[in-house]
Design a protein around this ligand. Structure first.
Ligand code: SAM
Length: 257
């Protein structure tokens, strides 16, 4: 695995260098969004809760590489490495040249392919020696025509075979691959609990071949754990909201006396 220096110092504060690097990523992202909002798809990189939740959806020890689509400045890549995916098993497909250069600098040992993820089979031609076990995508699918989304998932399924899974997040309220297309694709669609601690809140969808295994095989059952964590986070946010509201009401009453 990559030896990444922790961005957070022992006393919990970010070091100046890592803060600069982080601000650099935000700025790069905003620039990319200004230049081409449809391709960037978001104004800021994914937060760590979302990145971690995406990484939890893959099995780091499953045979075969893991493909990440649209890594941008690398928050999901970082989470996948932290999850224990070996750098040598990661293949990143990114369209933006400047992001590819940045990713190569940040993640030595990870394969970076500059190309169009919607033409996945062509883009990965001659690169894959084994069936990938998972495709993790942060592509802004909602900005692409429905047909392109459909073809993307179809290509990914064909590359992975029946044990594969396509993991995608969205800021939308529905599956970015419309559910009525699930049957024509022969995929099962699973929606996980929303990640409230991301701005904006996001939801992860997992697409698996209909004839593939019905359960996730990781020990312990990471999906259950993920659901438990998301529910706990939602409860904490709700509790904080009611506390804040009670404080505001009581301060208002005191001020009115
Ligand atoms: C919403 S951003 C996500 C970036 C990062 N993974 C994150 O979570 O912060 C979408 C990324 O997909 C890339 N992208 C968009 N269309 C693409 C395409 N057709 N092929 C490859 N990458 C693409 C963009 O350049 C951008 O880095």
């Amino acid at each position: 695995m990559n030896a990444q220096k922790s961005p957070v110092s022992k006393n919990g504060t970010r070091s100046k260098n890592s803060l600069d690097a982080h601000l650099g990523d935000e700025a790069r992202f905003i620039r990319s969004w200004l230049e081409n909002p449809k391709i960037a798809g978001a104004i800021a990189p994914s937060g760590r809760f979302l990145a971690r939740a995406l990484a939890q959806c893959v099995n780091p020890v499953a045979p075969g590489p893991i493909i990440e689509l649209g890594p941008g400045t690398g928050p999901v890549t970082q989470a996948l490495l932290a999850r224990g995916v070996p750098a040598s098993k990661l293949i990143l497909v990114e369209y933006e040249k400047s992001f590819c250069t940045l990713l190569a600098r940040k993640f030595p040992g990870v394969k970076i392919v500059r190309g169009d993820a919607y033409r996945l089979a062509d883009t990965l031609k001659g690169i894959l020696t084994e069936k990938p076990s998972a495709v993790v995508s942060s592509l802004p699918l909602l900005t692409a025509p429905e047909h392109d989304r459909l073809m993307l998932v179809r290509q990914a399924m064909e590359l992975m075979g029946e044990n594969g899974r396509f993991v995608q997040f969205t800021y939308g309220v529905k599956s970015p691959v419309p559910t009525h297309l699930g049957d024509s694709l022969h995929v099962r669609i699973q929606a996980l609990a929303p990640i409230w601690l991301n701005i904006p809140p996001a939801r992860i969808y997992i697409y698996r071949p209909a004839n593939g295994p019905t359960s996730f095989k990781e020990p312990p059952d990471v999906i259950d754990e993920l659901l438990r964590k998301s529910r706990r986070a939602a409860q904490e946010i709700r509790a904080e909201f009611f506390e804040a509201r009670a404080r505001i009401v009581s301060n208002g009453r005191r001020a009115g006396r």
